[in-house]
Write a protein that binds this ligand. Structure first.
Ligand code: PGA
Length: 257
């Protein structure tokens, strides 16, 4: 089922998810984390900092990457993951992969990434944000639910949304390489976070709307273990918010997320 938890702040969401990751790593030191970039997952990485000593053997796979940025560009997701996740949490850089970061040809980077995911035993917990277009990873509207890691063209909306990380929208790459929806659905636990009013519409559509490739985030409804954690502003368009609050308030303590 999709569990929806409405919290009063992104920091609270970060703590909830960090506690879940800590519990996972205590069960298995080399657990595989599905890493996301953008602003949304930052409170999770922040809340994990006090637990860095536990995370030494953790493995990580990022959701997506731009195509066309120079290696080492500060806004490449490899650089972002190194800055925001690997360095502050003390992860081993060799145990963290980002699509296309192996130096091989981009044409077959998706297949190599999929093979590496399989070799690692798959993702235990996948962090997800959602874009205003309803994308998860960089799977823009129209993405097949069966899609695997591949090169895609970004929508102009996503390029505008991400222009804040660049000098201008013209500097935002046209292309990306992203785990597919089928890849994401193979993770054992999906944790989707959304904060702020700008996400309310896409979030409600993903959680409660029809399952459709026109709204790629709705693919989460096909997964058996999904936790959606949102602040009040992002929850504003949810039809069943009252029930979600009720269920969370009465959740059996043994269940975990
Ligand atoms: P954001 O992006 O976390 O920066 O809002 C989320 C996304 O586009 O998937």
């Amino acid at each position: 089922m999709t569990e929806v938890i409405i919290v009063d702040s992104p920091a609270r969401a970060g703590t909830l998810v960090a506690d879940e990751i800590v519990a996972l790593v205590q069960r298995r030191a080399d657990a595989v984390l599905g890493l996301a970039t953008g602003s949304t997952p930052l409170p999770v990485y922040e809340a994990l900092r006090p637990h860095a000593a536990l995370l030494r053997d953790v493995r990580g796979f990022a959701l997506d990457e731009y195509v066309g940025l120079a290696a080492g560009h500060p806004e490449s997701y490899r650089s972002v993951i190194e800055r925001e996740v690997i360095a502050p949490l003390g992860l081993d850089p060799d145990r963290v992969r980002v699509p296309g970061d192996d130096g091989g040809p981009i044409e077959t980077a998706g297949e190599r990434y999929e093979a590496d995911l399989v070799a690692a035993g798959g993702v235990d917990l996948q962090l997800l944000g959602i874009g205003a277009t309803g994308h998860i990873g960089f799977n823009e509207p129209g993405s097949s639910f069966a899609s695997r890691t591949r090169v895609k063209t970004l929508t102009e909306q996503t390029r505008r949304d991400n222009a804040r990380f660049f000098d201008s929208v013209d500097d935002v790459p046209l292309h990306c390489i992203t785990q597919g929806l089928g890849t994401i659905l193979d993770a054992r636990h999906l944790v989707l976070l959304a904060f702020g009013a700008a996400k309310a519409e896409a979030l409600a559509a993903a959680v409660e709307g029809p399952v459709t490739s026109s709204l790629p985030g709705s693919a989460i409804q096909l997964h058996g273990h999904v936790t959606v954690i949102v602040d009040e502003a992002a929850a504003a368009r949810l039809q069943f918010a009252e029930y979600y609050r009720h269920a969370w308030a009465h959740k059996p303590s043994w269940q975990g997320l």
